[in-house]
Design a protein around this ligand. Sequence first.
Ligand code: HEM
Length: 482
Amino acid sequence: MTVPYSTDDAGHPAPSDGFSQSVGANGPLLLQDHFLIQKMAHFNRERVPERVVHAKGGGAFGELEITEDVSQFTKADLFQKGRRTPLLLRFSTVAGELGSADSARDPRGFALKFYTEHGNYDIVGNNTPIFFVRDPSKFSDFIHSQKRRADNQLRDHNMQWDFWTLNPESAHQVSFLMTDRGTPKSWRHVHGFGSHTFLWYNAGGEKFWVKYHFRTDQGIENLTAGEAKALEATDPDAHRRDLWEAVKRGDFPSWTVNVQVMPFEDAADYRFNPFDLTKVWPHGDYPEITIGRFTLNRNPENYFAQIEQAAFEPSNLVPGIGASPDKMLQGRLFSYPDTHRYRIGPNYQQLPVNAPTSPVRSYNFDGPMAYANQADPVYAPNTAGGAAADGAPYSGEEYHVTGEIVRSAYRLHKEDDDFGQARTLWDDVLSAGDRANMVANIVGHASAPEVTADMKKRVVEYWTNVHPDLGAGVAAGLGTPA
Ligand code: HEM
């Protein structure tokens, strides 16, 4: 077989695939062997930092199709009936590092990037409709408690329970995590949620609050704690493999796209704070409406370029869609572009996977690895025929807010407590089998050798606050008085 000659990175024919240049066959090497120097130097720079959270993941490309008319709620081009929009979806676990096992007990990241006609729209969600905390100032402390100790670099269940029990607003999400949904069978078998509340506005300027629900068409399937543990040992990449193989054999997974829509004015005196990320909106109050479906139908050709360097950011919003006052969302609007500038570089949006398919006419330019360079004029406004801002697509996003500058948690809505919705999950959603597994999963987790007797008491108290039966089950399992 004839193969083409290989080259160095500048296109020069490579002199050898196996021999460095030396003084005599057994002599020392030469600094002038720039083929060798380039090879070694480039290898040393092969990694970008892994994501500080959600490091282990995988993903695929696909397409969203909108089947219903929701123009009365939003003018966003990607949500207009009949519109098809290309997308990328990356799944992940949260706390583990790049090489960690896919079947670990953890939420699953569900990060969507839609390549729309008005720039990219990202919904960076999870497989849970809620989160552990409701203020971004707690996020890094929460993540630190889930990752590794400073002294021995070990994961530590005692510090995980310490954080959770000191932050009771976590109870709803920890309940979810401790059911078998904390160990899904595969990424294809999870629902996705935008989790936050977002603003939608229509062409007439009417506003609505929305939540996204992506319902898996494959059905929910989970692993038991035992199955998940076993899979960690036998196939740590099981979920990455499952998705890749399904797409490769043409068994394209899909999700039905539903939204809950709340009239703008309802937010003020809804029974829960509608911007509290630890709460759901019960379906009896705001039913899910189906608006379309998306399918994953193409694997990445290059994992590093298209998945490792993919940069999702809740701040990628498009006309017709805005942020809500959810404090967590507000914090995330800053955090993601900031981490991308650090992890990938300030021009991360020029990489093909992150670049919009619509035109970019920005006055931000240059910087490390700039590829798309600015033409004159280089400033705005100008009289030289350069592009000018047109705010018209955003008309409708404005709304009035007022208040004192404070540092406090909201407790303004009738049912804004920390345990109520977790109790509803236990009482009304979980089957008897789900409950038994949840108790066993909590007991297993809190039985790790590092969890102290005092901490076990706090664990029992935490779950008793959710439901006395749950507390009693955990107490019995841990051998700790309720
Ligand atoms: C990834 C910060 C809350 C879902 C990340 C990353 C950071 C971060 C820095 C790494 C991004 C990267 O390197 O590409 C935060 C902060 C939060 C927060 C500061 C709260 C204030 C949440 C919430 C969700 C979420 C509430 C889900 C509802 C994700 C997902 C990824 C991610 C899915 C992985 C994205 C990907 O696949 O590349 N987060 N996060 N995060 N976060 Fe968050």
